[in-house]
Design a protein around this ligand. Sequence first.
Ligand code: UT7
Length: 313
Amino acid sequence: MSAIKAEIKGIGINIPQRVLTNKDLEKFLDTSDEWITTRTGIKERHIAEEWEKASDVALPAAKEAIENAGLTPRDIDAVIVATSTPDMTFPSTACFLADKLGCPKPMAFDISAACSGFIYGLTIANSFVKSGQFENVLVVGAEVFSQIIDWNDRSTAVIFGDGAGAVVVSKSDGESDILSAVMKSDGSHWGSLYCPVGEKLRMRGRETFKLAIKSMEMASNKALQQAGLQIEDIKIIIPHQANIRIINALAERMELPEDKVYSNIHKYGNTSAASIPIAFYEAWKEGKISKGDYILLTAFGGGLTWGSIVLKF
Ligand code: UT7
């Protein structure tokens, strides 16, 4: 094990201003507030302006995270953006973001791991810092799913939203550390959730639902085991915000009271790679996460991809 510890030193988010409520969706889709609320837990989501790209949505979140870490863009050695809605096929959204931030020539690249992208990115940042390669790595989950949604498809249009969350992962001088990371994929299930280049997102919801619960539970137990911790040691779980029924089922299977599993899906819907950093930020702002707490992050998404991280904040 590396003697170097890696901590989340700063965190920031950005939520587009425009709100789309379930009632708004009722106006142009064969759906209802009642169906969406009971089947998903979502009441509203935020939608970026048409001109806004992932790097635009990411920028304020990244600025806040860097400032919150007590750093400046000049201190950032690497920029990793997890997104399924990149500005372009190439250059990477990370290159655009680094330029907008004014980071002087960092390593910059995107990750395509759908809703698991942020925790994949955090795992990579952890390894970069622990290897001694970099001191400060910016990891951003940024999505404009509104731009790949088929707004005539009620089974997906009601679920997704836009937003961004960012963290700075830095060399830690104290006790804070990223303790374990279990990252997985299974491409044989790609057809459950996918978006061909230039086309719109497609999802087989029920299939994805079942796989999500099982996979997150298995990865979480393994990550706990690798960290040498029990579930009772964890202050709060921050799961990917895909569906409140998935979150509640995960809590039940892991025998956790619901108040130990954070959710803000009612406000934002599923923001894919941005959902975990946004939830982490809000849990922290609400005083549910303090320095020294053990936190479990877990995600699941297209690929299929999934994974869990245990960290000491
Ligand atoms: O973030 C990455 C991973 N993604 C996920 O984990 C998503 C996982 N899946 C889900 O969250 C759920 O499967 C959905 C929310 C997508 C769907 O919920 P469900 O309870 O699995 O519904 P269903 O697809 O089985 O559909 C039940 C019924 C169907 O009607 P019939 O065939 O029973 O008459 C659908 O046509 O609900 C209908 N339906 C809707 N009705 C009103 C589907 N979407 C809607 C809608 N409004 N928006």
